[in-house]
Design a protein around this ligand. Structure first.
Ligand code: FCB
Length: 442
């Protein structure tokens, strides 16, 4: 079965993970620059200072995308590169970079999908409280205004946030991500302000780009209770509300999950109305990687649940369970419970221990199998009536994997961090074939 004729085939990246040029051309410091230079935060002391040097190599990278046959490219813009202090004066050189990137993409026939926030907050705003400060709602709207005015004549696909759950909770509760805070009330306020910022930015985008398609990307993995025991089922229900529903319910229903309302108000009394997050959107972006089994554990944070992969299942080097049918089930559930007008898989991919390139190719059979199996799951969801419009593989190339530094390789293109040489993995060749055929064939 082929995919729908107009199905969008893409690959995704994010600014801090690939650009490098951290101190060039007037870019301001971002929270990931600060965090990665704080000893002990990133595996092997890696930083995104150079990353894939995409800032200087974007033209060649666009050529690679063209050679792959990509119809679309999902990237994010660095707020600190375009507004170094987060508010106020914009940086012409930073804006020129994205302007040139967009032009290069369009010349190559590739549709730009732009994400405004993929985790790299200007440090200057963090110094003023960051996502926990209610003022960020208009700071973010102003940033959205700047970007849409500058690029909206050519960029039509806009995403406000990437994985706001991770922004709020991994960054402000678990502290494994920048800004490295471990304080639940702060995390809950951050989550709230991200939602309000989304609600404030969508109309700004529409105003400046009347023909825009606007959405948000959430991390939506497949979770299920580890057993039928009532306490595991109850733990699952709470974890599901805390993760899966925490953003979906406000965005599509204008309310936080009902079973956690008391808990929310006890922990963050400052959290108010969330109705303003429920502005109509054109698409929901789905990032899907894995299955988690949820078990009751009174000692675990947060919300008395703990997750683990199914014992004996195939794991990636991230320790994530490979479970393609979970993607189909997540898509079915979204369609049934929230009815987004359309969906894109904005990220899906795998890290494995790749061999070094031999004769100009990296053999990565497990990644190819992961790709094909997940695409079949997407196909099954489309057949069942879910309006999935496109798929973006994570990632175009190996890059800086946050707290794991350069140790996790998610790319379909291999990057040598010594020479910056790009080498196709076998999966890239396979993906090209799939795109050409608009179908997955064995
Ligand atoms: C997602 C992130 C993306 C990348 C993948 C592996 O959570 O959005 O930047 O790190 O995981």
């Amino acid at each position: 079965m082929p995919f729908p004729k107009e199905f969008v085939w893409g690959a995704a990246t994010a600014s801090y993970q690939i650009e490098g040029a951290a101190r060039e051309d007037g870019r301001g410091e971002c929270i990931w620059t600060r965090f990665s230079h704080t000893p002990g935060k990133i595996l092997n002391g890696d930083t995104g200072d150079v990353a894939c040097d995409h800032y200087h190599r974007y033209r060649d990278d666009v050529k690679l995308m063209q050679a792959l046959g990509l119809g679309a490219y999902r990237f994010s813009t660095s707020w600190a590169r375009v507004i170094p202090a987060g508010v106020g004066a914009s940086n012409p050189l930073g804006l020129d970079f994205y302007d040139n990137l967009v032009d290069a993409l369009l010349e190559a026939g590739i549709r730009p999908f732009l994400t405004l926030y993929h985790w790299d907050l200007p440090q200057a705003l963090q110094d003023r409280g960051g996502w926990a400060n209610p003022d960020i709602v208009h700071w973010f709207a102003d940033y959205a205004d700047l970007m849409t005015r500058r690029l909206g004549d050519r960029v039509k696909d806009w995403t406000t946030f990437n994985e706001p759950w991770v922004v709020a909770f991994t960054g402000h509760y678990e502290g494994r991500h920048a800004p490295g805070i471990q304080h639940l009330p702060t995390a809950l306020m951050a989550a709230h302000h991200v939602l309000l910022s989304h609600g404030a930015a969508v109309p700004v985008i529409r105003q400046n780009v009347p023909d825009a398609s606007v959405g948000i990307t959430l991390d939506l993995h497949y979770r299920q209770p580890a057993s039928d025991k009532p306490e595991d089922v109850e733990a699952f229900r709470r974890v599901d509300s805390y993760t899966f529903r925490w953003y979906l319910d406000p965005i599509f229903k204008g309310a936080y999950p009902d079973n956690l309302l008391d808990w929310l108000h006890q922990n963050a009394p400052g959290v108010g109305e969330i109705q303003a997050a429920a502005v109509p959107i054109d698409f929901l972006g789905v990032n899907y990687y894995m299955r988690w089994l949820i078990v009751h554990d009174p000692k675990a944070k947060p919300l008395q649940g703990r997750g683990y992969p199914t014992p004996g299942s195939e794991l990636t080097t991230m320790g994530w369970e490979v479970y393609p049918d979970g993607l189909r089930q997540v898509l079915m559930r979204l369609h049934q419970e929230y009815q987004p007008p359309s969906l894109y898989i904005t990220e899906n991919g795998s890290a494995f221990e790749d061999p070094e390139p031999v004769n100009g190719v990296v053999e990565d059979p497990r990644r190819t199998a992961y790709l094909k199996a997940h695409l079949k799951a997407v196909e099954a969801a489309i057949d069942a009536g879910v309006p999935v419009k496109g798929y973006f593989t994570w990632s175009l190339m190996d890059n800086f994997e946050w707290a794991f530094g350069y140790s996790q390789r998610f790319g379909i293109i291999h990057v040598s961090y010594q020479t910056q040489e790009r080498t196709w993995k076998r999966t890239a060749h396979e993906y090209k074939r799939i795109i050409q055929a608009n179908a997955v064939r064995d």
